[in-house]
Every structure is written in structure tokens, then in C-alpha cells.
Design a protein around this ligand. Structure first.
Ligand code: AMP
Length: 225
């Protein structure tokens, strides 16, 4: 059995983080932890967290660090992640979150931060065609990766919709915040020798293969191989 992995995926909105994180979680048999999916579920359920998070999500703003950090901290204490690992998707997004995560992961640490590299023009066209399952978060594209039955998720049968924050204004704001708050994480992980830069253009299968090659090399090295 695959020994698991402790990974996170960085990249601009529309780089394919969600798609690749789901694939990596299946490959390494570890939970996929998406802070964005968790917030969207909370908004739909009308919970206290959802009511608080909604105004940030709709505007494309970041939810305050302390709220996100507490949520991830709680999730990472569950035994599935502490035994086999995880794929974090959408977290960390600020240096403060990366620092908090490093503390949470003592003593095992992270295997790799995967940065999905893509230019802004490609991202804008991907975002316009993006659709997402409201139940499991699976990602689709009306152009090159539609669900088999229109409007229904291949994985869980849930409803497949366009995200409320995939509007032009919110996308522009999220890309701005990415440059200001999240892009510095690339240097942060590089300085700690934890970064893999991956070309995010191409078919999803090709991108997954590029990532898995890097991750396996890193895990082997961490194990002393
Ligand atoms: P995503 O699905 O990763 O694009 O996240 C959707 C929205 O959830 C973001 O635009 C933020 O409002 C919020 N969000 C998700 N992850 C984080 C995070 N790590 N820090 C702050 N806000 C977040």
C-alpha cells in the first residue's frame, strides 16, 4: 500500500489546484483538504462559520488568518491526516498561515509544496469555463473537461455549477490578492527547500504525472533512498 504523503498545492486561481489536489489525494490515498470547499459548504449550510465567511468569499477577499488557521489546525488533528498525510488545497495563502502550518506539522513536516505555474491569460480563460460540484468540490471545464451528464457530478452525482465568486470583479480581486499575499509563499518554501515548480499547462493527466514524479523523488529522498 502506498505510504501516503504530506503535500500542499500553490498556484493562481484557475491554475488547476483543485483538480490536481483531488488526483493527488487519490494517488497517495490521503484526504484532500480544501479550505475553499470547506468555506463553501459552511456557507451553504448556513452555519455560524458560513455566515462569517460569506462576505469574504463573495467579494473575493481572504478570510482572516485566525479563522482559517483554527479550521485547518482542527482538521489536521484527525487521525486520517496524522497517519497517512494530506493534500492541502488553498492553504496556506499568506506567510502567517505558512508559519502556523509549519508549527502544526512538527515533528514530521511537509514533503513538498507544489507550485502550479501558469500565465494570467490562460487562467482567465480557464476560470470563465470552470464549473464545480457543490457537494464534493470536483472541478470541471465546459470546454475540455465537462461532467459526463451535464450539471451532474461524475464522482458523487451532486449538482455542478459555476462558482458565485467566479465573476469578473471577484476574479480580478483574487488575482491581485494572490500576487500580494500568496506569491511570496513561493520564495518562502523555496528558501526551505520544499518547493517544486510544475508547469500547469497541458492535459490534467500530464500535469499529475509531472507532480507525482517530483513528489516520489522527494519522498524517496526524505526516507533516505
Ligand atoms: P478557493 O476555492 O481556494 O479559491 O477559495 C475560495 C475563497 O475561500 C477565497 O477567495 C477566500 O475567500 C476563501 N479562502 C480559502 N482558503 C483561504 C485561505 N487559506 N485564507 C483565506 N481565505 C481563504
Amino acid at each position: 500500500m502506498n505510504p501516503g504523503a504530506r503535500l500542499l498545492v500553490l498556484g493562481k486561481q484557475g491554475a488547476g489546484k483543485g483538480t490536481q489536489a483531488v488526483r493527488l489525494s487519490r494517488h497517495y490515498v490521503v484526504p484532500h483538504i480544501s479550505t475553499g470547499d470547506t468555506f463553501r459548504q459552511a456557507v451553504r449550510s448556513g452555519s455560524e462559520l458560513g455566515v462569517e465567511a460569506r462576505r469574504y468569499l463573495d467579494a473575493g477577499e481572504l478570510v482572516p488568518d485566525e479563522v482559517v488557521i483554527a479550521m485547518v489546525r482542527q482538521r489536521l488533528t484527525r487521525s486520517d491526516t496524522s497517519h497517512r498525510g494530506f493534500v492541502l488545497d488553498g492553504f496556506p495563502r499568506t506567510v502567517a498561515q505558512a508559519e502556523a502550518l509549519a508549527e502544526m506539522l512538527v515533528p514530521n513536516g511537509l514533503h513538498l509544496a507544489v507550485d502550479l505555474e501558469i500565465d494570467t491569460a490562460s487562467v482567465l480563460s480557464r476560470l470563465a469555463s470552470r464549473r464545480v460540484c457543490v457537494d464534493c468540490g470536483a472541478n470541471y471545464s465546459v470546454i475540455d473537461n465537462p461532467s459526463r451528464v451535464p450539471g451532474l457530478c461524475d464522482v458523487c452525482g451532486g449538482e455542478v455549477v459555476q462558482r458565485d465568486d467566479d465573476t469578473e470583479a471577484a476574479i480580478r480581486r483574487r488575482l491581485e490578492l494572490y500576487e500580494r499575499e500568496t506569491a511570496p509563499l513561493i520564495a518562502w518554501y523555496e528558501e526551505r527547500s520544499l518547493l517544486a515548480r510544475i508547469d500547469a499547462l497541458g492535459m490534467p493527466d500530464e500535469v499529475t504525472e509531472r507532480i507525482v514524479t517530483e513528489v516520489d523523488r522527494r519522498i524517496l529522498r526524505a526516507a533516505g533512498g
